[in-house]
Ligand binder design. Structure first.
Ligand code: ADP
Length: 256
């Protein structure tokens, strides 16, 4: 018996396949989220590893309520808590930055979530903000970290609103400011917003970051500076929800 966690996000779909010993056998990601072919693509991808063996699917993420082919459905909060508990059981605070929201989860000694806070319905500080800014700069979102790292004279973005920040970036570009400095300003603006949320919690260590924005290492280092704490980045950061979903699926089938 095999277990698949399927995380259908706002911008991307992730699947993680585990066996009955909780061993990760395969994982897959496509940058297509809810309402697209993304979920089917990642599912088909991981299923190639088990051919005709029996499996069960647990779905999570923003698009989970619109997906009919899963046996179970669980909120992304529980899945992220389960995922980080597996990757590093000492984690007490989880910062999850995805395509359209930021969540900060507080976990107890058993890894159970006892509190969480979320951003208001606004793109500022999310992956969407970074994607929009990358579009204006004509670079890939995945390049922002390296560009920002090489900044010598960072700009500062004063607007928190995505639309106004967009105008600011366009104005910096027209004044001939280089993309490295603008990228640092973009990362700093997101990092300050996230840090402000983290500071509203008890910031208990160890702190981990999950979600696609965890791939932006420069941004994570600025959050660290702002909150004066270290943050662990797992190579599986963007898969944490899908991994947690696979683990909860295996627990539920085991119990059943
Ligand atoms: P969701 O689950 O809401 O679809 P994810 O947790 O998958 O969101 O994160 C998606 C976001 O992560 C994208 O909007 C993008 O900004 C960011 N992202 C994805 N890959 C990278 C990367 N390699 N470098 C920097 N940012 C990335």
């Amino acid at each position: 018996m095999y277990f698949i966690g399927l995380d259908i996000g706002s911008t991307s779909s992730k699947a993680v396949l585990i066996d009955k010993n909780r061993e990760i056998l395969d994982y897959s990601l496509v940058s297509l989220g809810t309402g697209s072919t993304g979920p089917d693509l990642v599912l088909r991808d991981v299923l190639t590893s088990i051919e005709d063996e029996e499996y069960s699917i647990l779905v999570t993420g923003y698009g989970r309520n619109y997906y009919d082919n899963a046996e179970f459905s669980v909120s992304e909060l529980s899945c992220h808590a389960a995922g980080v508990g597996f990757l590093n059981p000492d984690t007490r605070t989880v910062i999850d930055i995805g395509g359209q929201d930021i969540k900060v989860l507080s976990l107890d000694e058993k890894g159970k979530m006892f509190n969480f806070i979320m951003n208001d319905k606004c793109a500022a500080g999310t992956g969407r903000f970074l994607d929009v800014m990358a579009g204006i700069l004509e670079i890939a979102t995945s390049d922002i970290s390296d560009f920002a790292h090489n900044s010598g004279n960072p700009i500062s973005i004063s607007s928190t609103c995505t639309v106004f920040a967009e105008s600011e970036v366009i104005s910096y570009l027209s004044k001939g400011r280089d993309k490295y400095d603008i990228c640092y300003g973009i990362n700093e603006s997101v990092a300050k917003r996230v840090a402000g949320m983290v500071k509203r919690t008890d910031m208990k260590e160890r702190i981990a970051i999950t979600g696609g924005v965890a791939n932006n290492e420069n941004l994570v280092r600025i959050i660290e500076k702002e909150i004066k704490r270290n943050i662990g980045i797992s190579p599986m950061a963007q898969y944490t929800g899908a991994l947690g979903a696979a683990l909860i699926c295996s627990d539920r089938k085991g119990r059943g």
